[in-house]
Design a protein around this ligand. Structure first.
Ligand SMILES: *Cc1c(COP(=O)(O)O)cnc(C)c1O
Length: 426
C-alpha cells in the first residue's frame, strides 16, 4: 500500500480498520481535555472497560458469600485459574493443559528455572542476550550462584556486532553450537524490550535442543503482540507478564507455559505448593504432594483472584478477536508509523532520528525504538505536554508502541505533526 502523510488518508485507514471499534472498549487518560496518543502499551496497557466489571464481581461475591465464594461464587475461586487455560492457550499457541496463571513474571521464571536449569560440572552454561532486561540478569546471576557456580563462567551473553543495533540470529546459533555439551539452558526475551527485535524462536529452540539444552523464553514483550506457536516450536517453558500488551493492570499476575512433553516427567525439580496438588484431594490436606496434570501442577499458592479478574477480562477480549486480526492491523499501523517518521525526518533539515528496530516485519512486533540524534529528553517532555505518551530509555531512545487494539491511524498522523513542531521549536 502506498501511504500518504495527511489526515484524510489516515482517516480512511481507520474507516477500513475492523479493530477500530475496540478503541471504545478502553479508557484513555486525558491531557488538555483530550484522549492521549498512547504509545506505552508495551509498558502498561490501557484499562479495558470490562476490567472493572470483572473485579466488581469478585468484590460482590466476597461481600455476599465470604468464604463460600471459593465454591459458590458465579466464577468459583478454587479453580478460577482454569478459566484462563483455553483462551490463553490460543493467544500463545499452546494446548490448554500447557498454560497457567500465577505469581508475577520474574517469580515464575525463577520457579521454572528450578525445573529447567539443572547444572552439573560439565553442563552448566546459560545463553542469554546481552543487555537482557535487568530483572532477567539478576535472576540469572542469583540462580547460578545458588547452584554453586560463578556467573562469569556460567552466563554467556550474545552480543551485538560493533555498530549494529540488533543481534544476529547466526551469532546466537553459532554460540549454541560452540558451547555444545556444556550448554544447560537458553533463555532469551522473545521480543527485545529495548529494540523491539523479534527472535526466530523456532530455529533457536531447535538449535538448543540439538546440543541437549532446555530452551525457555521470556515473553514479556511478545504475549499479545506477536503470533506464538509454543507447542509446535517445542519450547520447553515460557512466562510473560500480563500488564504490558495484555492490559491486565499494574504489576499484575503472570502467565506461563510448560510443554506437554514435560508433564509426566517426575524427575524434574519443582518448588511445590498446595494449589499444584491433585485438585480433587487438595482440601484433604494430605502430607504428600501429587501434582495436578499439566502446567497447573506448577501452581504454588491460593489464587490472587482480585488480580486475576482484570486479566481474565482482557484475555476474554483477546480470545474474541484472535491474534490473526491483531497481527494484521499491527503490521499496517506499525508500517504507517514508520512511514510517518521517515516523512517527518525528510522534511527537516538535518537527520534527527534513526529507527533501531528491524525494518523487516517478521523481525518486529508493534514497537519502534527511535534513537534521537538532535535532541533528547526535552523532546520527550514536549510530547507528553502535548498529549503524546511515549517512554524514555537512556541514553537517547524513545519507544513507540502503536498497540493495534486501541491506537488509530489518525493518532499516527497527529503524532507526526506534534513531533515535527516539537523538533522545530527547540
Ligand atoms: C517487563 C519485563 C519484565 C518484568 O518482570 P516483573 O517480574 O513483572 O517485574 C521482565 N523481563 C522482561 C524481558 C520484561 O520486559
Amino acid at each position: 500500500m502506498k501511504f500518504e502523510n495527511n489526515l484524510e488518508f489516515a482517516k480512511q485507514l481507520d474507516a477500513h480498520d475492523e479493530l477500530n471499534k475496540y478503541r471504545n472498549e478502553f479508557i484513555f487518560p486525558q491531557i488538555n481535555n483530550k484522549d492521549v496518543i498512547y504509545f506505552t502499551g508495551n509498558s502498561l496497557g490501557l484499562q479495558p472497560k470490562t476490567a472493572k466489571k470483572y473485579v466488581d464481581e469478585v468484590m460482590n461475591d466476597w461481600a455476599n458469600l465470604a468464604v463460600e465464594g471459593h465454591f459458590y461464587a458465579d466464577k468459583p475461586w478454587w479453580d478460577y485459574h482454569e478459566r484462563f487455560c483455553q483462551p490463553l492457550s490460543e493467544i500463545v499457541g499452546a494446548k490448554p493443559t500447557e498454560v497457567g496463571v500465577m505469581n508475577t513474571l520474574t517469580v515464575n521464571l525463577h520457579l521454572l528455572m528450578v525445573s529447567f536449569y539443572n547444572p552439573t560440572p560439565n553442563k552448566f552454561k546459560i545463553i542469554c542476550e546481552e543487555k537482557a532486561f535487568p530483572s532477567d540478569q539478576y535472576m540469572f546471576q542469583s540462580q547460578v550462584k545458588s547452584r554453586g557456580f560463578e556467573p562469569k563462567d556460567a552466563i554467556v551473553e550474545i552480543k551485538r556486532r560493533e555498530g549494529e543495533h540488533n543481534i544476529r540470529i547466526e551469532d546466537i546459533l553459532s554460540k549454541i553450537e560452540e558451547i555444545g555439551d556444556e550448554l544447560a539452558l537458553v533463555l532469551i526475551g522473545g521480543v527485545n524490550y529495548y529494540t523491539g527485535q523479534v527472535f526466530d524462536m523456532k530455529t533457536i529452540t531447535e538449535a538448543g535442543h540439538k546440543v541437549g539444552a532446555y530452551v525457555g523464553w521470556d515473553l514479556a514483550h511478545a504475549a499479545g503482540n506477536i503470533e506464538l506457536e509454543l507447542n509446535k516450536w517445542g519450547v520447553d517453558f515460557a512466562a510473560w507478564c500480563s500488564y504490558k500488551y495484555m492490559n491486565s493492570g499494574p504489576g499484575n499476575v503472570s502467565g506461563y507455559f510448560v510443554h506437554e512433553k514435560h508433564h509426566e516427567d517426575k524427575d524434574l525439580n519443582r518448588f511445590a505448593g498446595w494449589y499444584g496438588h491433585n485438585k480433587e484431594r487438595r482440601f484433604l490436606m494430605e502430607p504428600n504432594f501429587d501434582a495436578v496434570h499439566g502446567a497447573n501442577g506448577w501452581q504454588v499458592s491460593n489464587l490472587p483472584i482480585l488480580s486475576m479478574a482484570p486479566y481474565l477480562a482482557s484475555v476474554d477480549m483477546f480470545a474474541e478477536i484472535g491474534m490473526k486480526k491483531i497481527v494484521k492491523k499491527r503490521n499496517l499501523i506499525t508500517s504507517y508509523l514508520e512511514f510517518i517518521l521517515h516523512e517527518i525526518d525528510a522534511e527537516l533539515e538535518e537527520a534527527e532520528f534513526e529507527i533501531l528496530t528491524p525494518a523487516n516485519q517478521e523481525e518486529r512486533g508493534c514497537q519502534l525504538s527511535v534513537y534521537l540524534h538532535g535532541q533528547g529528553k526535552e523532546l520527550f517532555h514536549y510530547l507528553m505536554k502535548n498529549g503524546v505518551v511515549t517512554d524514555w530509555r537512556e541514553p537517547n531512545v524513545i519507544r513507540l508502541a502503536p498497540v493495534p487494539l486501541y491506537t488509530s491511524f489518525e493518532d499516527m498522523y497527529n503524532f507526526g505533526q506534534i513531533l515535527k513542531k516539537g523538533i522545530l521549536s527547540k
